[in-house]
Design a binder for this molecule. Structure first.
Ligand code: FMN
Length: 418
């Protein structure tokens, strides 16, 4: 089996009523072993073939069987922690991928027709997640033009069909119709999460603005929203990394599977980084860390008096440069927000801080990325530069993670050669 893990992946397995349903138990075991979180939806027919309890025990999650279930709808109706409710819409949103194995002729037909008459059909219809079907049926059922037309339509709509395989069937016939073996299905599932660019990497990322307190009610800060850093944290999780996100003031939800550490000042951010950096293989500094902080923090609110006022500032430690200068430093990437001379300043920052990549962007103009959902960055590394053209921060984050993954692999290969 490939070494791509399914860590951080949520897989919804639909089990239909066919003889091959017994093989789905092994499928759950293999998916869980690869790190996936698995939830199982069984059709009514499937429950005649295999017991719900088997899937519950193997997935360590409750098995879902009913479309109309008062208890399951509770979370949706109240708007509270809807994931616990796990109504069909929640299940549809929860899944990173929906795998149906075995997929019966009937299920293929129902999904082709867009029906939603049981839980599995409804979830399939309601979900935008990629779908993978492993059909299993008698060879005549498979070769029937009705089934074949359904398969063509499903393929056209982007459903990936795995198998069926040829061989001896439960009914005694020999031909095409057997479900492909669970380990092969797991391979197909792993391939769906193609990026895997940061498999096995452990990332520490900083994001957002720091706040440098003057007194109990005032602070010095900046316009960084943290959106870019949060998007990168999400993209890194999607690429298989273990992610710790050290964030200043950001009104953003923590991406799933990301460990978030909340800090306020640059000093707190530095301490939080020092606590976790030892085990990190990657560091990305997207936070807009204040260069200076007030020299003195006043215990009580500063009163208005003279017409002018001077605040003495002292330099903060440089988190990025210190991380990059560590012995056995992680692969380090910094962000540079510049108002002019992007190339000179970006490349200059890379050299002066001793980091592997600087992602530089122009700020302050009409297209300033602060608070925006879009960005455009130029990457500078030893020996090259690359423009990631204006796009959503989600998209820029994915491209950046792919690129970092590539550079990290290249660097490892070079080290192995030496
Ligand atoms: C013993 C037995 C074995 C069956 N095996 C299959 C099968 O391998 N593939 C299939 O498409 N249908 C098979 N069927 C028919 C399905 O169980 C039937 O079409 C059912 O409605 C499927 O429901 P579901 O798609 O909601 O699970 C079998 C039926 C029986 C009684």
């Amino acid at each position: 089996m490939s070494d791509i893990t399914l860590q951080n992946r949520r897989i919804l397995l639909g089990v239909c009523g066919g003889i091959a349903a017994y093989k789905s138990a092994e499928l759950v075991r293999l998916l869980v072993k690869k790190g996936a979180e698995v939830r199982v939806v069984m059709t009514a027919a499937a429950q005649q073939f295999v017991g719900e309890l088997t899937f519950q025990a193997l997935s360590a999650n409750p098995v879902h069987t009913k479309l109309i279930d008062l208890e399951s709808e509770l979370g949706v109706a109240t708007g509270e922690d809807t994931v616990t409710g796990m109504g069909h819409i929640e299940l549809a949103r929860w899944a990173d991928l929906i795998l149906v194995a075995p997929a019966t002729a009937d299920l293929l037909s129902r999904h082709t027709a867009g029906r939603a008459d049981d839980l599995l059909a409804a979830v399939l219809l309601a979900s935008r997640a990629p779908k993978l079907f492993a059909p299993a049926m008698n060879m005549e059922m498979w070769s029937n033009s009705a089934t074949q037309q359904n398969i063509s339509k499903l393929t056209e709509r982007g459903v990936r069909i795995v198998g069926p395989a040829s061989g001896e069937q439960a009914c005694g016939d020999v031909g095409l119709g057997r479900m492909v073996e669970p380990d092969q299905i797991v391979e197909e599932v792993s391939a769906k999460f193609s990026t895997g660019a940061l498999q096995g990497e452990s990332l520490v990322i900083t994001a957002g603005a720091t706040r440098e307190p003057l007194d109990p009610v005032r602070f010095i800060s900046n316009r960084s929203s943290g959106k870019m850093g949060f998007a990168i944290a999400q993209a890194a999780v999607d690429a298989g990394a273990k992610v710790t996100l050290i964030a200043g003031d950001c009104a953003l939800d923590t991406p799933d599977f990301v460990k978030r550490v909340v800090v306020e000042s640059a000093e707190q951010m530095m301490s939080a980084v020092e606590e976790v950096i030892e085990n990190a293989t990657l560091f990305i500094g997207t936070a807009a860390v204040a260069d200076y902080r007030p020299a003195k923090y006043k215990q009580h609110k500063i009163k208005k008096s003279a017409d002018t006022m001077t605040i003495e500032l002292v330099k903060n430690r440089d988190i990025l440069a210190e991380v990059a200068a560590r012995k056995n430093s992680p692969y380090s990437v910094g962000f540079a927000a510049e108002t002019e001379n992007l190339a000179t300043n970006g490349e200059g920052k890379r050299r002066s801080k001793g980091v592997d990549i600087v992602a530089a962007n122009l700020v302050g103009g009409e297209d300033s990325p602060f608070g925006s959902d879009e960005n455009e960055v130029t990457l500078y590394w030893d020996g090259g530069e690359k423009l990631l053209k204006r796009s959503s921060k989600t998209d820029i984050a994915r491209q950046l993670i792919e690129f970092i993954g590539l550079r990290v692999r290249e660097q490892k290969e070079e080290l192995e050669k030496k």
